[in-house]
Design a protein around this ligand. Sequence first.
Ligand code: SF4
Ligand code: SF4
Length: 187
Amino acid sequence: MFGLGLIKGLAVTARNLIGSYFDRERMTTVCYPEEIRPPIENFRNFPFLVYDERPDDLRCVACKICEKECPPQCIFIIQRRDDQGRPVKQPEVFDIDLSVCMSCAICVEVCPFDAIKMDHKFDYPSDNRFRGLLADKMQLARSNAYYHSIRPTEAAEVDARLAAETAKKAKPAPLPAKPNASAAPSA
Ligand code: SF4
Ligand code: SF4
């Protein structure tokens, strides 16, 4: 019937409008910032860097894969060096320009060390749209416990995978096979 779709659409709108007065789940807006709805687990905004024990001991090994793969090139990394100038598996500098980041999560996908993950935090008030949104590694550092608090399913999978990899590395290498005693000695 002509106009049936329109009538159905208006009925859905009316149901949600009236329902929102009685059922808070139907409400599409809340009084932010007094009330903040927790995002769903897979919501993502900007990346953060994971640490296990201390914020100055990040999982990141400064391999720079994410820096190379980031489409808008908003990651900047300088690898740390020791007193002799040898490279250390830690970033000296790890900055992300949040004013440029497009929340694509490609950095997360390419990181082989589960060192960078996507955060739920979406409000970054600043009166400086340039320097104020340039996050350094200390501002980006979050504990693994925080990661678990926002993405429990994903974080548990990562922990299980990392534990399996550690156990595999710790497993002693198989002993070389003994020479066959019954084999005839060579001439
Ligand atoms: S989420 Fe995307 S744009 Fe943002 S830092 Fe990661 S790769 Fe770059
Ligand atoms: S976050 Fe991951 S991919 Fe990026 S430099 Fe660190 S270890 Fe490499």
